[in-house]
Write a protein that binds this ligand. Structure first.
Ligand SMILES: Nc1ncnc2c1ncn2[C@@H]1O[C@H](COP(=O)(O)OP(=O)(O)OP(=O)(O)O)[C@@H](O)[C@H]1O
Length: 311
């Protein structure tokens, strides 16, 4: 995978979001999140359920309003987009959802689901052009023309996710947020869908934010990985570094939960329990670069410990 480290497609600066602000049920879902996603990069975002991954994705796409901070897309402040610029942003950034069953309108034919964005953004010159685009998209995702006139319930989970991918690709986007795109699929088809997404990313020079809780699959598709917990980014680094030399105890704990295929290694695998007390001790922490491009949320003292740990 080639990553152009000079060109930032998405810049997230000190992003904050509190749901139900000022009420007793307030949730601080995003806390001072800063990171960039480079053009052509796959950025994997991992963390357990409730850590804020979906909220972060939806906030980047302007589906939720941030309480503070800034999001730049192609250098433009997302919160300030209006009119034509907003419409372009809506076309350039697409989402693939976790549950392909719930996210596809069951009363629409596949061709109309796939062509939704083409219609909204007036990207077809004629009905024949629209049909041709749909056929091309079906082919791209490994489906065929006979599938165009069918309904979502006639497909398997993996095929439905392929329809969701074709729908996202239909408008020729730059950026795709895939929110746990394989979590709802049978293990046997998960790798096929990830491989397809990887191929398409290369072919179409796409940039992905790939959200998942399973680090093993994320490692396979991502250039860099960010680890989230309780609304905070705890660690960011090259995929290999985060996977092979995790720094933050939370990342270590996440990794230790992954089963290993080798039975002997699996027998010896010890799950590490994470003690989150350091996250609520009131100490000020910032992202510190401990290794090459490998950052961890730490106090100066902890940063030293992480540096030693790395050696
Ligand atoms: N619309 C909302 N209103 C209020 N609270 C919300 C809303 N959406 C999410 N939350 C809360 O924000 C926190 C982060 O949720 P989020 O769905 O972003 O986590 P997640 O990491 O994507 O989890 P999952 O893997 O289960 O989707 C949770 O505590 C959740 O209950």
């Amino acid at each position: 995978m080639t990553t152009d480290k000079t060109s930032k497609l998405v810049e997230i600066k000190n992003l904050d979001l509190t749901f139900n602000q000022g009420r007793s049920n307030a949730v601080h879902a995003l806390e001072n999140i800063s990171f960039d996603i480079y053009e052509g990069e796959v950025f994997g975002l991992v963390g357990e359920s409730g850590s804020g991954k979906t909220t972060l994705g939806r906030t980047i796409l302007k589906l939720y309003q941030a309480s503070g901070g800034q999001i730049l897309f192609d250098g433009q402040d997302v919160t300030k987009l209006k009119g034509r610029a907003l419409s372009d942003f809506r076309k350039d950034s697409q989402m693939i959802f976790q549950d392909p069953h719930a996210s596809l309108n069951s009363r629409m034919k596949v061709e109309d689901i796939i062509a939704e964005g083409i219609d909204i953004h007036h990207l077809a010159k004629s009905k024949a052009d629209r049909d041709a685009q749909v056929l091309h998209l079906l082919d791209l995702v490994g489906l065929n023309k006979d599938h165009a006139s069918r309904y979502p319930h006639e497909f398997s989970g993996g095929q439905r996710q392929r329809i969701g991918i074709a729908r996202a690709l239909a408008v020729d986007p730059k950026f795709i947020i895939a929110d746990e795109p394989i979590s709802a699929l049978d293990v046997s088809v998960q790798a096929q869908v990830v491989n397809l997404m990887k191929d398409l990313q290369k072919k179409h020079s796409l940039t992905y934010l790939f959200i998942a809780h399973d680090l093993s699959m994320v490692k396979y598709i991502s250039d860099r990985i960010g680890v989230m917990h309780w609304g905070k980014l705890l660690e960011i680094g090259p995929a290999d570094a985060v996977y092979n030399h995790p720094l933050h105890p939370y990342t270590k704990s996440l990794l230790s939960a992954i089963p290993v295929p080798d039975p002997e290694a699996e027998r010896q695998r010890q799950a590490i329990t994470y003690n989150p007390s350091r996250e609520s001790d009131g100490q000020e922490r910032s992202m510190v670069e401990v290794g090459d491009g490998h950052f961890v949320l730490a106090t100066p003292v902890e940063a030293e410990e992480y540096r030693k740990d790395q050696k």
